[in-house]
Design a protein around this ligand. Sequence first.
Ligand code: FAD
Length: 336
Amino acid sequence: MESRSNVSLKKASYSLVERRKPLSPSSVIVIGSGFAGLAAARALKNASFEVVVLESRDRIGGRVYTDYSFGFPVDVGASWLHGVCKENPLAPLIGRLGLPLYRTSGDNSVLFDHDLESYALFDTDGHQVPQDLVERVGQVFQEILDKADKLRQENTNDMSVAQAITIVMDRHPELKQEGLAHKVLQWYLCRMEGWFAADADTISLKNWDQEVLLPGGHGLMVRGYRPVLTTLARGLDIRLHHRVTNIIRGKKGVEITVENGKTFVADAAIITVPLGVLKSKSIKFEPRLPEWKEEAINDIGVGTENKIALHFEKVGSPMTLKRCQTMLLLGSHSLS
Ligand SMILES: Cc1cc2nc3c(=O)[nH]c(=O)nc-3n(C[C@H](O)[C@H](O)[C@H](O)COP(=O)(O)OP(=O)(O)OC[C@H]3O[C@@H](n4cnc5c(N)ncnc54)[C@H](O)[C@@H]3O)c2cc1C
């Protein structure tokens, strides 16, 4: 491992070498052209670094992609700016582009990114769930979370959110809901699971609410994120269809090989591929990543989150809420 880490990049023989000369002490390869990669590449280029971005797909953006097939923008990946405030690093760019945001909730919504008035909830027979019921059950859900928080303070060992809710419900049977109210309560739990892209039995009670969100509430990018991406990407040297397979780090820099055998060298690399890619070990690191980093990659979970967009020709009864409407099927996750 030691000897590999000392590999001399100048001496390495390449099947095909894409020139990045024994680069000026300021060359960087950025792997991945999602927001992280584009932001890093943009900052480096602005600081006069020589930058190449290697992207495996045929497009930039990664988990951010605006689809226009309905004739209007629909973000099938990220669509919210969480934390509509000046401190948000995307705020200056969004402001400069004059892109409007639709604020769906303030900071403290129990639905995480929506206020209840943004929602029209329907049962599986197509009947609208009365809003006062949705609000009442929302308060019950908040109460369950408050009691789960107390449970967390009583216990030094971690447990899952699902386990905590079961304990809370056993201790406070008055919080149990019946019939439609029970389904609405399940929907609140599903919203939480959706936020984390994880089932409640894999969400940590100790850590679930420890993320620090910027203030300002949640704003939907009504014209989509594409203009932000294309502005960040403008003028960058981005190589699409360049799937990185090997990264060798030596004393004099990094050597990076892509699927078709091309090799790139530079002084440094910034790796912004998703955690799932790191977990799959489809990129070989030489020398191996430090043990603590490999452990972290193994230990942190990843979930799958998809969106389904439905386009209605006209908005008819009973979907006549004044704000955005969401068709929800009350699911079968258990929250007893
Ligand atoms: C459905 C959905 C909705 C979301 N909604 C929101 C939201 O509303 N607001 C919000 O803030 N966040 C949201 N997120 C999360 C947000 O999209 C991500 O946190 C963010 O886009 C991650 O950016 P990234 O650059 O770190 O990674 P990615 O966007 O995943 O970019 C990584 C890039 O690396 C490339 N890559 C992978 N492997 C290789 C390889 N071997 N070689 C070269 N390139 C490679 C990928 O193709 C990709 O382009 C959502 C995510 C999903 C899936």
